[in-house]
Ligand binder design. Structure first.
Ligand code: FEO
Ligand code: CA
Ligand code: CA
Ligand code: CA
Length: 751
């Protein structure tokens, strides 16, 4: 968790930092590995057998079955014919990528630094207009609220490049023209208004400021075009669109149109208004985007002390488990007078009305958030759909697994808070490549009906996916912590269902990525200051002290790690897997036996992995950081990696230690990468997070988001003193922005 600038408007006692809502709201007694140490035979398949059959022999089969077919099957333009063969001939996997650049040094400069031979251009900044008639951004807090419906939002985050073919439709190969779709996760209010947000005694008194903030969240769709080696975005494209907190959204899947979704806005529970805190993302084989709602809970106002007496025990348990218990992070519900359609009051989740079903207030509104939101970037007037079958939690993002004709589609998902879980969604329908051109109708087919699983990591290196289904695995009305009613209740309260089945509490699950070479799944566990000697387990094994230059202790797992797994027999819908830890973040100077377990050096040491993406062009694994622990030495960064495979290292015994206790435990550590296979590629400007990555399909342009530069230093508007002046320089206010990285010789990035 980064030490960010105190939020100017929120009550410290109840406020949960929405930038990294990593508080531990998980009171379950679920095992951290020690308690499940002897379950190794539960799978009927030993770790060694999983590795042997899953990673080695099936790894060869896998590339043939999905590496080529899957990607081809995604195609919808005339260039991709989309094979429908059921059993393609096995092909050898491609060789691992060979990194071809010199590592950049750690840096605290207010600049984006990339290797020699590469160039950076700034593409799309906070406030940039997306129509020809919208004025240039003044960047002094005076642009009208209404104009922000046609401007870039703040806090650029998860992102995807959808190629546009010559027919104007989705193309998996078009690289010169594309739709860049990105999330605007949150805001830094200090820079959005003349002198920061205006708040008097906990009340927002300037409605215009709040309206501006409504538009600054959400998603951008912009058309980008390449000329020579350079990309620009079009201000006149008919594809350009903003989705924000005022956009009408359909609720889809099993939890839609159920009693828990009824609001005054939608008495039949069929829709809601807006999306918020869209962190990382996903995409589908039919060319749509998934914007994932992460720290939505903190936006709702619900003063527990006054509202709890009006709520049922189940409602109270649900609110507590998700953290809907505060003043509302931006105090949006405090604006008066409200509008006829409650654009402010709909952020108040308290029970205020007299109806029996909630159709006269917003007591259920928080249930309409916490989902993956499907958006069709190729249809600027389409209604986004919240896909409830994928579960409700603090969605970091959703990463599609191998796409194989005749097999279910898979999405891997993380819930980013301390001690939360990793999930997998498996569609009921098997993939039909003919659906690649069906847009949201394909979404209805694959994303409204499926099975939701949660991960349990065993201490012997095996793991299980446990289904979250009403009536099985203890998810019943008899469950002590929360009496489930039906499957809609399970999906809306997925965290409570995962508690009930004994899922493994992880060190803040962030991004996932699937290795195109062998189908193995990687997932960043960014850090966890709450991890203790008592709760350490094989998959979250480190507890140590990372001492800052100023002597401040940082305990727990302050630098994070990246876990990976291979599904049994390399079958993505398998219910068991084998895992190891690919990489542990650490200072290169840390203890090599217990902390710097991956042997990081000055060329690749990092902390708090967050963004993760395997390039389809180069197979390079890109790792981005959102860090507050290593910032005494360096700003946040992006690294390039060429990983091996699950099991290429081995079992290792390490010592976890806090101020008073130590304990020895075993974990599984991937082969140390060395400078050859892990190198720092980029360092960002001051006080930023590096997040969001997309590439042109030819791999010759890499799009990266620089989020909230200068966020931690309180600004002085009189002297124009800010924590960063990036990207415009001089005495300008800092702006989140998308950059484009190209190689000066026009080659594939990173090789
Ligand atoms: Fe929004 Fe978990 O990062
Ligand atoms: Ca962030
Ligand atoms: Ca993130
Ligand atoms: Ca993060």
């Amino acid at each position: 968790m980064t030490n960010r600038m105190p939020h100017p408007m929120t009550d410290a006692a109840t406020f949960i930092d929405p930038h990294d809502i990593d508080v531990d709201l998980n009171p379950s007694n679920n095992p951290e590995f020690r308690d499940i140490a002897e379950t190794r035979n539960a799978l009927n398949v030993s770790r060694r057998n999983v590795l042997k059959t899953g990673a080695a022999s099936a790894g060869m089969r896998m590339f043939g079955s999905f590496g080529l077919l899957g990607l081809a099957g995604c195609g919808s333009d005339g260039d991709d014919n989309g094979s429908t063969a059921s059993q393609p001939a096995p092909l050898p996997p491609p060789p691992p990528p060979v990194l071809g650049f010199s590592a950049v040094a750690k840096s605290v400069a207010d600049a984006v630094i990339v290797p020699a031979g590469y160039s950076v251009s700034v593409l799309y900044r906070l406030g940039d207009p997306i129509t020809a008639s919208t004025s240039d951004y003044r960047n002094d807090g005076t642009d009208s609220a209404a104009s922000f419906a046609f401007r870039a939002g703040d806090h650029h985050d998860g992102m995807h490049f959808f190629g546009v073919g010559s027919n104007g439709q989705y193309s998996t190969t078009a690289s010169d023209r594309g739709l860049l779709v990105m999330n605007h996760e949150a805001i830094t209010p200090a820079y959005l208004h003349p002198t920061g947000a205006t708040t008097v005694s906990g009340v927002r008194t300037v409605a215009e400021e709040v309206q501006r903030e409504f538009y600054l969240h959400g998603v951008s769709v912009i058309e980008v075009n390449r000329s020579g080696n350079a990309f620009t975005y079009s201000r006149t494209s008919s594809f350009n669109r903003r989705v924000h907190t005022l956009t009408d959204m359909e609720l889809a899947g099993p939890a839609a149109r159920t009693p828990l979704m009824i609001t005054k806005y939608s008495p039949d529970g069929s829709k809601t208004r807006g999306t918020v805190n869209n962190c990382a993302n996903g995409y589908t084989p039919w060319g749509t985007y998934l914007a994932c709602e992460e720290n939505w809970a903190g936006y709702f106002r619900r003063i527990a002390a006054t509202d709890d007496p009006n709520r049922t025990p189940k409602e109270r348990a649900s609110f507590a488990r998700y953290g809907v218990t505060g003043t509302g992070r931006e105090l949006w519900a405090t604006v008066t007078p409200d509008t006829a359609d409650n654009i402010y009051g709909r952020w108040n989740a308290a029970k205020l009305g007299v109806s029996a079903d909630g159709s006269d207030d917003y007591r259920n509104v928080a249930n309409t958030y916490g989902w993956n939101v499907e958006i069709d970037p190729f249809n600027a007037t389409s209604t986004p759909k919240k896909r409830t079958a994928m579960g409700r939690f603090a969605h970091e993002g959703a990463w599609v697994g191998p796409v194989v004709a005749g097999k279910p589609l898979i999405w891997y998902m993380g819930c980013d808070s301390r001690g939360e879980y990793i999930y997998k969604y498996v569609s009921t329908a098997n993939w039909d490549p003919a659906d690649a051109t069906r847009g949201m109708a394909a979404g209805d087919k694959y994303l409204n009906d499926g099975r939701l699983y949660v991960a349990k990591f065993n201490s012997d290196g095996s793991g299980q996916w446990i289904e979250l289904k009403f009536g099985i695995n203890g998810i019943t009305a008899a469950n002590a912590a929360y009496a489930f009613t039906d499957q809609a209740d399970v999906l809306i309260n997925a965290r409570l269902a995962a508690d009930a089945v004994g899922a493994t509490k992880m060190d803040r699950p962030e991004w996932g990525a699937v290795n195109p070479r062998n189908g193995e799944v990687y997932l960043t566990l960014t850090n966890n200051s709450n991890r203790t000697v008592a709760t350490a387990d094989a998959a979250n094994p480190r507890v140590y002290n990372d001492i800052r230059a100023n002597g401040v202790n940082q305990r727990g797992n302050p630098n994070g790690h990246i876990i990976r797994w291979v599904e049994t027999l390399s079958e993505p819908s398998a219910t068991s897997f084998a895992w190891d830890v690919y990489l542990f973040g650490a200072r290169a100077t840390q203890d090599i036996n217990n902390v710097n377990l991956s042997g990081l050096t000055a060329n690749n040491d990092f902390s708090s992995p967050d963004g993760l993406w395997f390039s389809r062009a180069s197979n390079i694994c890109w790792i981005q950081t959102d860090d507050g622990a290593f910032t005494d030495v360096t700003n946040c960064m992006m690294l390039a990696a060429s990983p091996g495979a699950v099991g290429d290292g081995g079992k290792k015994s390490i010592v976890a230690s806090d101020a008073t206790t130590t304990r020895t435990l075993d974990t599984y550590v991937g082969k140390p990468p060395g400078d050859a296979n892990l190198r720092r590629f980029l360092v960002g400007p001051k006080e930023c997070e590096i997040t969001g990555i997309a590439e042109s399909p030819d791999g010759k342009a890499l799009f990266v988001n620089i989020q909230h530069p200068g966020e931690e230093t309180a600004p002085n508007f009189t002297t124009k003193t800010y924590g960063s002046y990036w990207p415009d320089g001089g005495t300008s206010r800092p702006r989140s922005a998308t950059i484009v990285i190209t190689r000066n010789d026009g080659g594939v990035i990173g090789l």
